[in-house]
Design a protein around this ligand. Structure first.
Ligand code: GRG
Length: 301
């Protein structure tokens, strides 16, 4: 099913887009103009918004009150801000050295490297502040807001996204085992996806078993997502991807297709998505998470 055919997901994405615009209108007004413009460019360029949608869908699946629309949408922006930070730094010349992102010049191409580094760094504290503000607006107890901050910062840190990125760079030009490949992807991509669903569940006050189940779901979905990302880098249309293809091979990256071949990578993505879906079994209200799982494996960008 294509994204355009998904009425429910389209609305969810619109909700995220509106919350992001409101948030940046409010939070970038006090920043020096250069940084504020760069932050807006980085965040508001047309991304798929998968991670905030995962947070909102997990909140719904965990029985979160439907009346809390705006505040929980604001909470969902926190994971997109961290994601935007990672994309800005990932594109830098000292990292993957990419010049196009989401069909637009990468941030350092448009604003220069120093501004891109600063804008990327500014996104992380903005994300943490967003958790505090939205958590308070949701009326969550202080201990639960602290837990949300911890989930987000641990996922973004050395044991998660940042650590995965370094391992990804260090693995360039080297053959890795599937175990090592998945450890890299688990940190680089899976940690933030798992944090997104875990935060949705915790914000909604889910019981511990649901939180653990959704976290496992997020990690498995993260691997499926990265497998598809790797496949699209080989087979995708640059126009749809918003960036040139073939970068992984040019950089000698460890990927599912380089390890398993294209057909093996496709098979792995299907198996990983099925394993993610299995975690949702018996969880009433998980239909949006299930639709997002379909979207992750069937996407063309
Ligand atoms: C150096 C302090 C420091 C941090 C670096 C760069 C970095 C941290 C982490 C990189 C993590 C990264 C870029 C992972 C890739 C994940 C991925 C598949 C990104 C693409 O996500 P999509 O397809 O993108 O959701 P859109 O554009 O749709 O949002």
């Amino acid at each position: 099913m294509r994204e355009a055919d998904r009425g429910g997901l389209g609305k969810l994405r619109d909700r995220v887009e509106e919350a992001l615009t409101d948030l940046l209108d409010r939070e970038t007004t006090g920043l020096p103009a250069g940084v504020g413009d760069a932050v807006r460019h980085a965040v508001l360029s047309p991304g798929k918004r998968v991670r905030p949608q995962l947070l909102l869908a997990a909140y719904e699946a965990s029985g979160g009150p439907a009346t809390e629309g705006a505040s929980v949408a604001e909470l969902s922006c926190s994971v997109e801000l961290v994601h935007a930070f990672s994309l800005v730094h990932d594109d830098l010349p000292c990292m993957d050295d990419d010049v196009l992102r989401r069909g637009r010049p990468a941030l350092h191409v448009r604003f220069g490297v120093p501004v891109a580094v600063c804008a990327g760094a500014a996104l992380m504290p903005l994300a943490v502040g967003t958790v505090w503000r939205s958590g308070r607006a949701l009326g969550l107890p202080e201990g639960r807001i602290r837990r949300l901050v911890r989930i987000l910062t641990v996922a973004a840190g050395g044991g998660g996204m940042v650590g995965g990125q370094l391992r990804d760079l260090e693995a360039e030009g080297r053959t890795v085992s599937r175990k090592e490949l998945e450890e890299i992807h688990r940190g680089k991509t899976g940690a933030l996806m798992a944090a997104s669903v875990t935060m949705g569940a915790v914000a909604a006050g889910a019981v511990a078993e649901t939180v653990r189940r959704l976290r496992r779901f997020g990690h498995k979905l993260g691997l499926a997502f990265q497998a598809v990302d790797d496949i699209l880098d080989v087979t995708g249309k640059p126009r749809e991807l918003g960036k040139p293809g073939g970068r992984d091979e040019a950089l000698g990256k460890a990927t599912y297709p380089s390890l398993l071949g294209l057909e093996g990578a496709r098979q792995a993505s299907r198996e990983l998505a099925a394993a993610a879906r299995a975690e949702l079994r018996g969880l009433t209200g998980a239909h949006t998470l299930s639709e997002l799982t379909d979207l992750v494996v069937e996407r063309s960008r």
